[in-house]
Structures are given as C-alpha cells and as structure tokens.
Design a protein around this ligand. Structure first.
Ligand SMILES: [Zn+2]
Length: 301
C-alpha cells in the first residue's frame, strides 16, 4: 500500500503543471505574481491574474490565490524561498475563479472576504471548477472550494500590528475589495483595474465601475497593483480604464439606438487609444454579446 501511495505521489509530482512563478518585488516587504494576459487555457494552467503578498513582522498576508490548488501550492513554495514566516492571512478580493480557487492549498490560513464574495464562492464555487476543468484541464487537479471563513466589514484590518485599509467598491462585480497599504502607499485594486489588458465584464455594472475608478483616482498611491496587467506608478491605467468603459457604454448606446446588430458593432475598427490593449478583440466581443440585449431594451426605439 505504501508503495502504491509513493508511486501515486511521485507521478502526481511528475505530471503537475509548472506555473514557473516568480515573485516581482514592489518594495522591501511586498511582492506580486504577474499573471498572463490571456484567457484560461490548458497551456497557461489558468495563470491569468495577479496575486500579491506582504511580509509583516510575524506573518505573511496573501492577496488572492489564483485559479487552482496547484497554483496555490506553487505560490506557497515561492514565498517560502523568501521568508519562513507563515501565510496566516489570505484575502479574496472578489468571487471570480482566477482569484480564489487556489484557496485550498492553504489549509492553515484564515481567509477573509466580504459577505457577498463569501456567499458567491460557497454557492457557485463548484460550477467554476467544472467550467475550469474543461478549459484548463490537468492543472485543476485537486482543486476544491475552500470558502472564506472571516467576513470583512471594517475599514481597517490589523494583522498582528500591520495595518491595511479596506475600501469597498463595486462595478467589476457586486463586491470589489481594494486594499490600501498606507505604510508603503501600495494600492491593490483587484479587478477594478486591468492595465493595458482589455477589461472583462461578465458581472459588470459599467456606470458603477466608472464611479469606483473616479474614487480610486483620488487615492495618493505610489504603486498600483492591478488584478490583470503590470503595475502602474501613475494614474494612467485608471484613466485608460475609464476611457474604455465609456467607449463600451457609448458604442452600445449609439449602436442600439441606431438599430445596429451585434455583428455590425463587432465590425467597427479598434479605436487608436486601445490598440495597445491586449485581448481587445476577444473581450470587446464578449462584452458586446453579454450586454447587447440590456442596451437594446433600454435604447432601441
Ligand atoms: Zn474578476
């Protein structure tokens, strides 16, 4: 029996997906892992979003856990190369599967999220796994739903003396948590920001999202860590995201008013200002298909 178990563990090790993760340093105690600007695939193992961690005096705070158990495990291994302190605290910024499905690699950690995010994970987590089993396949091995166990309500968290400010927004989903580290002036925006990567809108409210971005702009940060794309040390990413959402909103409004169908909208040329956005074609198409009927009922005469 022991031999069978050993062989099984050895084979799982041999065939486990290698995410080739490398933490990118933000300052002396903060890092992030950059996710590929792609859609879920077998080739990327679902590594399509960023996660980040902060090393405090006695522990590590991890912001989001990626899209699989294996990704979570490899994050843990990479962090262990930098510090032996335990990852005591995990924060799930929102309920999208590329941000929380690594949770079950962290059996000893407390997982924090808003009540909405927690409930979405509890109710729909298994559906996300079924969907990703199809798209990502083998890298999803051993991924199980581990829902957050602590509900966030306060505006500040004290992790053994290390304080983080919590900002509750919406627009990308119904609950988008932003973390502001006053010590380092690093702002973790989760998916409210896609830097140079076309915004994903499956659960979006465009007007609320724009409002949230206008608020984010007021924050005095040195580094903005987005949910997707590279970091930004200016307000550029926020402004570009507002411009994209306005473009999407106006295009859908005008097109449905003028009786254009989905295909006619998708034929429009890519505006100059978004030509360097990755995944423009795929995400713009997804957004138009998702949102068309809503705008049609509102604006078509
Ligand atoms: Zn998201």
């Amino acid at each position: 029996m022991k031999i069978v178990f050993f062989l099984f563990s050895f084979l799982t090790f041999l065939f486990s997906f290698d995410y080739k993760l490398k933490p990118i340093k933000l300052n002396n105690n903060s890092y992030y892992f950059y996710g590929k600007e792609e859609y879920f695939s077998k080739e990327n193992g679902g590594n399509i979003s960023n996660c980040a961690f902060i090393i405090t005096k006695n522990s590590v705070i991890l912001i989001d856990t990626g899209s699989s158990y294996e990704y979570g495990l490899q994050v843990k291994k990479q962090i262990a190369k930098i510090t032996k302190k335990p990852i005591k605290y995990i924060i799930n910024t929102h309920h999208h599967p590329d941000h929380f499905l690594g949770n079950n690699a962290f059996s000893k950690s407390d997982i924090f999220a808003t009540n909405f995010t927690k409930e979405e994970i509890e109710q729909n987590g298994d559906l996300y796994i079924i969907n990703l089993n199809n798209l990502v396949q083998s890298a999803m091995q051993n991924t199980k739903v581990k829902a957050p166990n602590i509900e966030l309500k306060s505006h500040e968290l004290d992790f053994d003396g290390y304080k983080l400010e919590l900002l509750y927004f919406d627009g990308h989903t119904k609950s988008d948590l932003v973390l502001y580290d006053k010590n380092s002036k690093i702002l973790y925006t989760s998916d409210l920001i896609f830097n140079k990567r076309t915004l994903a809108t499956p659960h979006a409210n465009i007007q609320k999202w724009i409002k949230s971005l206008e608020e984010l702009k007021k924050i005095d940060y040195k580094i903005l860590v987005p949910g997707h794309g590279v970091i930004d040390k200016t307000k550029k990413a926020i402004n570009e995201n507002i411009a994209y959402l306005r473009y999407l909103d106006n295009t859908l409004k005008e097109s449905t008013k003028n009786g254009l169908d989905i295909f006619e909208i998708l034929e429009k040329p890519v505006p100059e200002e978004f030509k360097d956005f990755s995944m423009f074609k795929e995400e713009f198409e997804r957004s138009v298909i998702n949102l068309y009927s809503k705008y049609e009922s509102l604006y078509q005469k």
